[in-house]
Design a binder for this molecule. Structure first.
Ligand SMILES: Cc1cc2nc3c(=O)[nH]c(=O)nc-3n(C[C@H](O)[C@H](O)[C@H](O)COP(=O)(O)O)c2cc1C
Length: 257
């Protein structure tokens, strides 16, 4: 009961701000313009967190896709996976106790990441912190809060990042934003000539403007259309999640022939 109340408290906070931020305009109101500054944001940048929270989507927003952000490089959606493309799915995801789904053996985002890799033939990289995350939801809330001041270190690196021209980046929405580890990851490599495609799982916020966070951190990358899948759908209704993933990949030309 305590956990439910805690989760409700967090989300009601986020969604209260959301309702003020976008006039409660509903599922189709994902804003996709680049961050105005185009400058780097960090996990400790609380003003950017507020901005993300303002863009969090209401509970009915799943699945949600966002149009590609404006960028300098024109890409065709016809066939982005012609075999010459080297694709990586890099993601962060936690098992253990998670919002809405109880104790899970495989993280919600990991399930979606595996679907993407299976459909595209991509390689996979799982981001893990050098310090293990707690496996109870309440403790995780506390640790994640502290990460704004103390970002985690990533245990392993992608040795051959230069081989990839397209990188799907997957994460759970935390506090209306990407987890800090995603920002650490994006700042650890040169993504300037790459296409980054965000995807997330969430408890009701949708992408929550995280495509703009990523665009701000990687201003010289092409940012593709993002996908948001509700965590409980990824975990408990995999056929429906797979359908959303397949449709999104097909629409964007990433599904293998
Ligand atoms: C620390 C923390 C903060 C969260 N904040 C949000 C949020 O702001 N909005 C939301 O929709 N879901 C939020 N959630 C729910 C997660 O996004 C959701 O459960 C996700 O599917 C977990 O994915 P994973 O199993 O891959 O880690 C939060 C979960 C945690 C643990």
């Amino acid at each position: 009961m305590k956990k439910i109340l805690s989760a409700l408290f967090i989300f009601s906070l986020l969604f209260t701000v959301t309702a003020c931020g976008n006039g409660g305009s509903g599922v189709d109101s994902v804003q996709t313009e680049k961050t105005e500054s185009g400058s780097s944001q960090t996990a400790a940048d609380t003003s950017s967190k507020d901005e993300q929270a303002e863009n969090a989507e209401p509970l009915e927003s799943e699945p949600e896709t966002a149009e590609p952000l404006e960028n300098d490089t024109e890409t065709s959606n016809d066939d982005n996976n012609n075999g010459d493309n080297h694709i990586l799915v890099a993601y962060f995801s936690l098992a253990g106790e998670q919002y809405e789904v109880g104790v899970i053996e495989k993280g919600n985002t990991e399930i979606v990441a595996e679907m993407i890799a299976a459909s595209t033939g991509a390689d996979m990289f799982k981001m893990e912190a050098t310090t293990e995350y707690p496996d109870t939801y309440e403790e995780l809330l506390e640790v994640s809060r502290q990460e704004a001041d103390t970002p985690p270190e990533i245990a392993e690196t992608v040795e051959n990042m230069t081989d990839y021209d397209t990188v799907f980046i997957g994460y759970p929405i935390w506090w209306g934003d990407t987890p800090a580890i995603i920002k650490v990851f994006l700042q650890s490599y040169d993504f300037s000539d790459k296409t980054i495609i965000p995807f997330c799982t969430h408890g009701g916020s949708g992408l929550a403007g995280t495509d703009r966070t990523i665009s701000g951190l990687c201003p010289d990358s092409t940012i593709g259309e993002g996908l948001a899948v509700r965590g409980s759908t990824a975990q408990n209704d995999r056929d429906s999640a797979r359908e959303s993933v397949t449709e999104w990949l097909t629409d964007n030309g990433y599904a293998k022939e």
